[in-house]
Design a protein around this ligand. Structure first.
Ligand SMILES: Cc1cc2nc3c(=O)[nH]c(=O)nc-3n(C[C@H](O)[C@H](O)[C@H](O)COP(=O)(O)OP(=O)(O)OC[C@H]3O[C@@H](n4cnc5c(N)ncnc54)[C@H](O)[C@@H]3O)c2cc1C
Length: 417
C-alpha cells in the first residue's frame, strides 16, 4: 500500500490534540489527527467537570501542613482517595509532587501559568464560534460553597492569593448563594462566585464539535496506533487504518498515555495520573443548578450537564491502569445529597473514570522533543486540560511555524525534568 503524506501528524484526539490540530491547520499545514478509534474525546476529555477555569492560575499542589497530610494518608479527608496497594509504585512520583509544591515553586508555576490561563476563555471562543459550539459554552461562572468558617477561611485565602492576578470574585452570604442557586441545601453557609469562567454542559460534545471543524476545514481524522510512530529519514511514519502515513512533524498529545510513546524515544517524564470519577443523577421535583458548585470541605463538584447533575470527584492516587473502584464516589454521594437535597437516582450503570495527566510541577509540557527533530510534545494538562487545550494548541502551533510565541514557552519545555 502506498503511503499518504501530511505536514504534521497529531497523536491523540482529546481536547489537547484536537485543539493543536486546529491551530496547526490555521497556520496552513496539512494535518492528520490520529486516535485509537477516530472519535474525539473518548478518554479524559470525555467526562470532566466542564469548567474553563480562567481563575486557575495557582496549581493544585500537594498539601504541606503535617495535619493535612496525615488526614489524607489515613483516609480521613474525603477530598482525596488513596489506593494503598499502589503506594509503593507511585511513591516516587508523590515525593516529586511534594517537593514541587513548596511555596516558592508554587508561585513560579503560577507566574508561568498566568500567560496560558489568561487567554483560555478567548481561545475557546475563537474555536467555538466557527465550530458552531457557542451554545456549548455557558457564561454563568462557578461557585465554591463552604459549610464552615474553616471552609470559608480556606476559600477566601485562595481569593486573597489570586487578587494580584486581577481575577474577579464575588463573596456570597448564605442568602446570596440561595438567590443564585435556590435548590442548595442547608449544609452550606456561603460561598464565592467566580463569574468569568466558561462552563460546558457537555465536554465531550464540545471537543467533538471542534474536531468536526477540523475535518470540515480539510483535516484528516484517522484511526491508528500512536505507538507505531517511527523516525524515517528527516520525518516520521505511522501505521493507520488508511495505510502508512508519512509526516514531516509529529505532535504527541496522548494525555496520560504520552509516557508509553515517549519512553520508546528515550524520554522519561515523571507523569502521574490523578484519577477522578463522575456519576450523573436525576434531579427530583424540577430542581436545578445554574452552574457548577464545589463543596469546599468535601472536594467534589456538582455540575448541571445535558445528561443530568454530574458529580465529579477529586483526586484518586493510584496507578494509571489500576481497575476502577466506586469507593470514592460512594463516599462523596451522601455529601452531594446534602448539598443538593433534590439529587435523585443514579443515571449511569457504573462511575466513569478519567485520568488527569499530571507532572510534579502541575504545568504542561508544550514544545520540541530535545533530541528528535520534528517531534513535539503537548501533554500534562493535569486538572486543566479543558481549560488549556485551545491556548496550548496556539502556543505549540506558533512554535512549530517558527513564529514568535505569544508567551515565553520556556516554563513548559520538555527538558525541565
Ligand atoms: C474528574 C475530572 C474532572 C475534571 N474537570 C476539569 C475541568 O473542569 N476543567 C478542566 O480544564 N479540566 C478538567 N479535568 C482535566 C481534563 O479533563 C484533562 O486535563 C484533559 O481531558 C486532558 O486532555 P488530553 O487531550 O491531554 O488527554 P485525553 O483526553 O485523555 O486524550 C488522550 C487521547 O490519546 C488517545 N490515545 C492514547 N493512547 C493512544 C494510542 N496508543 N494510539 C492512539 N491514540 C491513543 C486516547 O484514546 C485519548 O483520546 C478533569 C479531569 C477529571 C478526571
Amino acid at each position: 500500500m502506498s503511503s499518504s503524506k501530511t505536514d504534521v501528524v497529531v497523536l491523540g484526539a482529546g481536547i489537547v490534540g484536537v485543539s493543536a490540530a486546529l491551530h496547526l491547520q490555521a497556520k496552513g499545514q496539512t494535518v492528520t489527527l490520529i486516535d485509537r478509534v477516530a472519535e474525539a474525546a473518548t478518554e479524559t476529555s470525555f467526562g470532566n467537570t466542564g469548567i474553563v477555569q480562567s481563575e486557575a492560575v495557582f496549581p493544585y499542589t500537594f498539601p504541606r501542613a503535617p495535619g493535612e497530610i496525615a488526614a489524607a494518608a489515613l483516609g480521613l479527608d474525603p477530598r482525596v482517595h488513596i489506593r494503598y496497594a499502589a503506594l509503593p509504585a507511585i511513591a516516587p512520583w508523590i515525593w516529586r509532587y511534594f517537593l514541587a509544591s513548596s511555596a516558592g515553586r508554587r508561585m513560579a508555576t503560577a507566574m508561568a501559568m498566568r500567560g496560558l490561563v489568561g487567554r483560555c476563555v478567548a481561545e475557546h471562543r475563537a474555536l467555538a464560534e466557527p465550530a458552531g459550539a457557542t451554545a456549548l459554552l455557558r457564561e454563568s461562572g462557578w461557585i465554591k460553597a463552604w459549610r464552615t468558617t474553616r471552609g470559608e477561611d480556606h476559600a477566601m485565602a485562595d481569593v486573597e492569593e489570586e487578587k494580584p492576578f486581577g481575577l474577579p470574585t464575588v463573596k456570597l452570604s448564605r442568602d446570596d448563594l440561595i438567590e443564585l442557586e435556590p435548590h442548595l441545601g442547608g449544609v452550606v453557609s456561603g460561598g464565592v462566585h467566580y463569574p468569568d469562567p466558561l462552563t460546558t454542559p457537555d465536554p465531550q460534545a464540545l471537543t467533538q464539535t471542534y474536531a468536526n471543524l477540523f475535518v470540515a476545514r480539510g483535516g484528516k481524522f484517522v484511526a491508528g496506533d500512536a505507538l507505531s510512530l517511527a523516525q524515517s529519514g528527516d520525518g516520521w511514519t505511522l501505521t493507520t487504518a488508511d495505510g502508512p502515513l508519512q509526516a514531516s512533524a509529529a505532535v504527541v498529545a496522548l494525555g496520560p498515555w504520552t509516557t508509553d510513546l515517549a519512553k520508546a524515544f528515550g524520554y522519561r517524564f515523571p507523569l502521574g495520573a490523578k484519577r477522578g470519577y463522575h456519576m450523573h443523577y436525576a434531579a427530583n421535583d424540577g430542581a436545578f443548578l445554574n452552574r457548577p458548585v464545589l463543596d469546599v470541605e468535601r472536594g467534589y463538584v456538582l455540575t448541571p450537564m445535558r445528561r443530568g447533575i454530574r458529580l465529579t470527584t477529586g483526586a484518586e492516587f493510584a496507578r494509571r491502569d489500576d481497575p476502577p473502584s466506586s469507593a470514592h464516589l460512594d463516599r462523596l454521594e451522601p455529601f452531594g445529597r446534602g448539598l443538593l437535597p433534590a439529587l435523585g437516582a443514579r443515571l449511569d450503570s457504573a462511575p466513569w473514570l478519567g485520568k488527569r495527566p499530571c507532572l510534579p510541577d502541575m504545568a504542561p509540557v508544550i514544545g520540541p522533543a530535545p533530541r528528535h527533530k520534528g517531534l513535539w510534545f503537548d501533554f500534562g494538562h493535569q486538572h486543566l486540560g479543558l481549560t488549556l487545550g485551545p491556548v496550548s494548541g496556539r502556543l505549540l502551533a506558533e512554535m512549530i511555524a517558527g513564529e514568535t510565541p505569544f508567551i515565553d514557552p520556556k516554563p513548559f519545555r520538555a527538558d525541565r525534568f
